[in-house]
Design a protein around this ligand. Structure first.
Ligand SMILES: N[C@@H](CCC(=O)N[C@@H](CS)C(=O)NCC(=O)O)C(=O)O
Length: 216
């Protein structure tokens, strides 16, 4: 049994009236896809500072959300490195050769740049920054990911095998605009979104997402 079975995953309460908004979701996608049971604990913005302080006092060096606590009490933070670690330990969701492992890592970096940009624009509420994001930045990102998906023929980044980087990409597409992609401009991204959404291992995940949305 995986050491991550029965973990607790902590993230903020719904942001922007969405159950998936922010950085907590990639972990949920990976754990759900892998069939690993966990508890998802949402913290309010006002609860977080004292919890962060306690984490620091307890020796946690990555005191940000999301973080994961295993049943044995081990604490892990930082989304992409944690997805990578879980994938390595499961020996799944990670390419088997060093070159592709590097690409998975580098593409995760691009995900992080995109997420950081999105967060900055979202927080700023600046009309010019929002307009630049919506008219240029998003298109540039989607074009690059379209090219990435074409390199190995799809439907996933590394061809027929899913990787943790696919889950980061799916999440950012969903986080950004509900995974709406222009099929005429981005056929591979469109196929990618459908492929993720149709994974039998994620059926319950997406049903739960719908349910959470309807309850807000
Ligand atoms: N690189 C980290 C960034 C984590 C991060 O900045 N999380 C935000 C929430 S989305 C946070 O914890 N903010 C509050 C804080 O830094 O104390 C990751 O991808 O997990």
């Amino acid at each position: 049994m995986s050491e991550f079975e029965g973990s607790k995953v902590y993230y903020y309460s719904n942001i922007d009236n969405s159950p998936i908004c922010g950085r907590g979701e990639p972990l949920r996608l990976l754990l759900n896809d892998a069939g690993i049971k966990f508890e998802y604990i949402r913290l309010t913005f006002s609860e977080w500072p004292s919890i962060k302080q306690k984490l620091i006092e307890d020796g946690c060096r990555i005191p940000t959300l999301p973080y994961l606590v295993t049943k044995s009490g081990k604490i892990y933070g930082a989304t992409a490195p944690l997805l990578r670690l879980i994938s390595k330990k499961l020996n799944k969701y990670i390419p088997k050769n060093a070159e592709d492992e590097y690409l998975a890592d580098a593409y995760s970096d691009i995900y992080l740049d995109w997420m950081n940009k999105w967060v900055n624009v979202f927080i700023s509420k600046d009309p010019k920054a929002t307009n630049d994001y919506e008219t240029t930045y998003r298109d540039n990102q989607q074009t690059n990911w379209e090219n990435i998906l074409s390199d190995k023929g799809g439907p996933y980044i590394f061809g027929g095998e899913i990787s943790y980087t696919d889950l980061l990409l799916y999440h950012q597409l969903n986080n950004d605009n509900g995974a709406k992609v222009d099929a005429s401009k981005y056929p591979r991204l469109t196929e990618f979104v459908k492929t993720i959404q149709n994974r039998p291992s994620l059926k319950e995940h997406f049903e739960n997402e719908k349910k959470e949305k309807s309850e807000i």
